[in-house]
Unconditional design. Sequence first.
Length: 281
Amino acid sequence: MRVANAAGRAVLVVDDGIVDLATASDGALPEDPQQLYERWDEVRAFAERVHAPEAPLDLSVLEAPVPRPRQVFAIGMNYSAHAVEAGVETPTFPPTFTKFPTCLAGPDATVVLPSEFVDWEVELVVAIGAHAYEVEPGNGWSHVAGVTVGQDLSERIVQTRPPAPQFSLGKSFPGFGPTGPWVITADELADPDDLALGCAVNGEEVQKSRTSDLIFGVDALIHLLSAITPLLPGDLIFTGTPSGVGATRTPPRFLAPGDELVSTIEGVGTIRTHLVDRSAR
């Protein structure tokens, strides 16, 4: 099942078309995409009865599939090669920070660069579909609605500014959380724990890996995070980025006005992010 946000309305993506959930269910399901995650079992049950689209799919109107999560978690150094390139030891517990929900954007977003030091970080993003607290190992995926493609865009000066790093601020400028094009359920993926992911800047591949290389996979993240704080329906978890970011290159490389960032995850989809300078506001 694929669920998307089409111009603010919750839709199922069926083949090359869509079904408006509120209309097709005669109002039994909400039109607000965020509210779907509170009623995920009902959405799944309804989707099983849908076999054909009602309207064509217009990719240009798709917005962030989870537009207003209450909590957005993000994981650092969750690929060994990324930890190595950053010069840190492989973590024994997932380094966790937050991205403020106002940074979220859709799958074809235009993002204003606040400085010359903005970096890319392609990530598998998990959407929570059921309240999760003190989840036992092996049960994490049962609390997942689905996954989507994300970018954890990062302004490296703010992120690392002394006297103490400000990860959440450096990663929460407007548009710094592009996501989409939809949330897809794990049963649609051959192996949800082993997906190819990568991104390219102006057609040049800059990151390439597989989610099987995650130090803490989806199940482990839900177990460890929920041991401390409840995960709520509609929350997001940015699971971490592989090696290949710009800040650790010699010389460092950052995004510039006019760049197009294309991020892809196998079986999930592709998002495009267009970078512009402040004059484009």
